[in-house]
Each structure stands twice: as structure tokens, then as C-alpha cells.
Design a protein around this ligand. Structure first.
Ligand code: DLL
Length: 429
């Protein structure tokens, strides 16, 4: 099913024309902002120099810290009276990034979400539970208005009170749920403890943090859903930037609204399709907060070949961030690799925590792994065997020897929103 078939399946030549036309508009919009007037001047370039899509490489990158420096409204390209909503990122250090929306921006955004949900077969007959934070986080209101736009019955349940959430799924006959994959695992766990099978639930939309293929298998089995990956970032409205189609093999990045490049995060050079690197996005229709070549920090690659669903450009699921990448004794490690290994082992439960320390100048990684109830009640020699197996599997995937501690089911933290599973204590005094 298509929300906007003409745009979703637009032919490549037509798409290139549309993208170029919109890129020129977006650069004119950016010129309204002091930061870009300065950046274009310093780069010795004017928006009029952009004549082909490849010319985008001549433009300077925009970094998150530049957005933070503009706090709160310094990067808006329209007067405040045209801003009808504000969201902020959940920045962990310093000031958050403030994102403004014009009425047109909100319309565009709801339209993208509607496109995603229609693509996976959702419609007026669906009852949709939106189990994410409804505040400044973009996941709540973003999905809410998109779902309403296509006429689904929306339950703005937000997060928290997990038992109540489970009752709602059952009592209201919820068919589709949206939450972070970490919260979905917690929901599954609580539903199991309540003896609920959640029979009406058919579709799970999971995003806002990296998750692995093994987590998909697990969520589909335990919640009885088809699971779809949803990607976005506040700076680009929020969710709705890229979304998995029913082929379950990569995410369509919405080519009419976002111009996508993948670069080497160190040299800044553009990589060929198929090569993994940092995704850089230039939004093509944003009014309030135009951005030029925004460094997302997210690691992915452009997938080649046509999708059976008929839509355009796909990216691989995000495997991590260039900045949450851990460098342990010179080896680059993404938390998602650890998750992938752990989820493939039946003795291991849903939760884990990673601690990184520096011991006598050497990086040490310790992983606390929650066992399943069955795994934990076994003999001591069984536990030793499982621990050895985990260390071995991690070693062969990561190329690094890690310390693994097995812990009791229920003992590690659960997360309602984005999980924070890595504690890097190397910088701490
Ligand atoms: O997380 C927007 C969102 C809400 C996306 C709900 C999907 C669902 P931020 O809080 O600004 O926005 O965080 C954006 O989260 O740069 C990625 O690093 C990460 N991220 C988002 N979606 C995914 C995903 C929202 N599907 C940052 N897979 C992004 C991996 C993701 N990482």
C-alpha cells in the first residue's frame, strides 16, 4: 500500500530533477541563517554555484556542536511568529539542540509518518498504541499526528506503568504498537509474567536506538508481531526519515525530502554505495531549521539494487554511531555487535550492561549479562560453560577478549525509552 505512490516510486531521472530543485530552495532557506551566511562565505561558495546534485560535495558540513552553539533559536530561518512547535534533543552533555517547526514542517512530518505506516499495511482499521515519551522527544507527537492523519485509532499511552500498558493492549484490541526496542523487550517480559499472549497485536514499530536482527527475531516471537525498524533524528523533524518496508531488508530513506550521502567519518570523503560510513543528510523541505550536509554520526551504508516493493533508495539498519563507537585497545566496537552476539545465545536473557575501564593503562571491557530463569537455575558447571561460550563468541565477533559476569534474571536496569547500556568509566576520576 502506498500513501503517495507517485513520490515513493518516482523514476530516478525525475527524482534527480526534484532533488536539485528542492536543494536550491533549501540552500536559499539556509542563507536566511547567520551560521550559513558565515559558513558559505568561509567556504567561498554561494548557493548559486550548485548546479548539479554532485555539487553538494562543495558545501560545508554542519555539526551538532554548531546547532548547540546556536541555542536556543539562533538557527531558525523564519521569524518566531511562524514557529508553531518546538522539540529538543535529549542531549546528554551541554545544552540540547532546539528544533523549531512551521505549520508546513508539521504537515510534511505527519505526511512522512503516514507514508511509513501505510507502507507496512496499517490503516483506518488499526488500533495504535504509541508507547513512547510524549514530551520534547519527537517520537510521541511525531507518530501521533502521522497515525491520526491516516485515520488509525490512536492511544497516546506514552511510557511507564507497563502492566497497565499490557492491559490496554488486551482491552482495546491494539493491533500495532510503537516503542523503543528496549521497552518492547520489557513489555514482552511483563506480558509473559502476567500470562498474557497479546493476541490482537500484529505490528511492532521499533526505533530511536540501534537494535539487531537477533532482537527482531526475539521480539517477533515473544510479542507475536511483525517488527519494523524506524529511523529518524530530531534535527530532521524526528522519526520518519527512513523506515523498513515489508521486504524487511533495509530502510527506505525518503528521497524527496532528504538528500543522503555516506562519508568516511575521518576524512570526510564521500563513499561509494555499499561502503559503510557516517550518514550525512541535507533536508530538502525543512522551513524552520534548514540544515546543510548535517553530520548525523550514524553509521550505515547505501544499499544497491532495486527493492521488490518498488520504492527508492534504501539504507542498511544503523549499526551504531561514529561517536558511541568504543575504541578498546585500538579495536572499534559498536554496542550493537555485542547485542547481536548475546541475542543469539538461548541461555542469555534480554538485558546486559557494558562497562569500560582502564586498568593499569589497559582498556578492559566487562559485560554483565542477565541469564534466563532456566539458564540461571542450572548447575554451577553449566554456568561456567555458558560463561566460557559467551566469552568465546564475543571474542570471535569483536576480536577482543572481554570479562563476562553472569547475573540473576531481573537484576539489571530496564529502560522505558532509549537504553543506556554502555558505561565508559575510562575518563572518570
Ligand atoms: O530518536 C527520533 C525517533 C523517534 C526515531 C522514534 C525513531 C522512533 P533523537 O532523540 O534526536 O530522535 O535521536 C536520534 O537516535 O541519530 C540515531 O543515533 C538514533 N536512532 C534513531 N532511530 C534509530 C534506529 C529520535 N532505528 C538518534 N536505529 C539518531 C538505530 C537510531 N539508531
Amino acid at each position: 500500500m502506498f500513501w503517495n505512490r507517485a513520490i515513493e516510486t518516482i523514476r530516478p531521472e525525475e527524482l534527480a530533477d526534484l532533488q536539485l530543485k528542492r536543494l536550491k530552495w533549501a540552500l536559499r532557506q539556509a542563507q536566511e541563517v547567520g551560521l550559513y551566511q558565515r559558513k558559505f562565505r568561509e567556504a567561498g561558495i554561494s548557493p548559486d554555484d550548485i548546479r548539479t546534485l554532485d555539487d553538494v560535495e562543495k558545501l560545508p558540513f554542519t555539526y551538532k556542536k554548531e546547532l548547540q552553539a546556536g541555542y536556543p533559536f539562533g538557527l531558525f530561518a523564519v521569524p518566531m511568529r511562524e514557529i508553531v512547535r518546538i522539540h529538543t534533543t535529549s542531549g546528554t552533555t551541554g545544552k540540547p539542540t532546539v528544533v523549531g517547526y512551521t505549520r508546513q514542517d508539521l504537515d510534511n512530518w505527519a505526511d512522512l509518518i503516514a507514508r511509513n505506516m501505510t507502507m507496512i499495511g496499517l490503516g483506518v482499521d488499526d488500533v495504535f498504541q504509541n508507547a513512547v515519551n510524549y514530551g520534547l522527544f519527537t517520537g510521541g507527537l511525531g507518530f501521533h499526528y502521522g497515525a491520526e492523519k491516516i485515520g488509525m485509532t490512536v492511544i497516546p499511552s506514552a511510557t511507564g506503568n507497563t502492566r497497565r500498558q499490557i492491559e490496554m493492549i488486551e482491552d482495546f484490541g491494539v493491533t500495532a504498537i510503537h516503542c523503543t526496542p528496549s521497552y518492547a523487550l520489557h513489555l514482552a517480559e511483563v506480558a509473559e509474567s502476567m500470562g498474557k499472549t497479546l493476541d490482537t497485536l500484529k505490528t511492532g514499530i521499533f526505533g530511536a536506538e540501534p537494535w539487531s536482527e537477533n532482537t527482531r527475531v526475539e521480539l517477533e516471537r515473544r510479542l507475536g508481531v511483525k517488527a519494523y525498524d524506524s529511523y529518524g533524528l530530531s534535527e530532521m523533524y524526528g522519526p520518519g526519515v527512513a523506515f523498513e518496508c515489508p521486504e524487511h531488508n533495509g530502510l527506505h530513506i525518503w528521497h524527496d525530502c532528504y538528500l543522503t550521502e555516506v562519508i568516511d567519518p575521518v576524512t570526510g570523503e564521500r563513499l561509494a554505495p555499499g561502503e559503510r560510513g557516517e550518514m550525512v543528510i541535507t533536508p530538502l523541505v525543512k522551513e524552520a531549521l534548514p540544515l546543510v550536509r548535517y553530520r548525523t554520526g550514524d553509521i550505515t551504508r547505501l544499499l544497491e539494487g532495486e527493492c521488490a516493493c518498488g520504492r527508492g533508495q534504501k539504507i542498511e539498519r544503523i549499526t551504531g554511531r561514529s561517536d558511541d563507537m568504543l575504541v578498546i585497545r585500538g579495536i572499534n566496537i559498536f554496542p550493537s555487535q555485542i547485542e547481536h552476539v548475546l541475542r543469539s545465545l538461548p541461555e542469555v536473557g534480554d538485558q546486559f550492561m557494558v562497562y569500560v575501564d582502564r586498568v593499569r593503562h589497559l582498556d578492559e571491557m566487562t559485560i554483565e549479562v542477565e541469564m534466563t530463569r532456566a539458564g540461571f537455575s542450572g548447575e554451577l558447571q553449566d554456568l561456567a560453560r555458558v560463561q566460557k561460550k559467551i566469552v568465546g563468541e564475543l571474542h570471535s565477533t569483536l576480536g577482543l577478549r572481554t570479562a563476562v559476569k553472569l547475573v540473576e534474571p531481573g537484576s539489571l536496569p530496564r529502560f522505558e525509552g532509549k537504553a543506556k547500556r554502555v558505561i565508559d568509566r575510562r575518563g572518570a576520576v
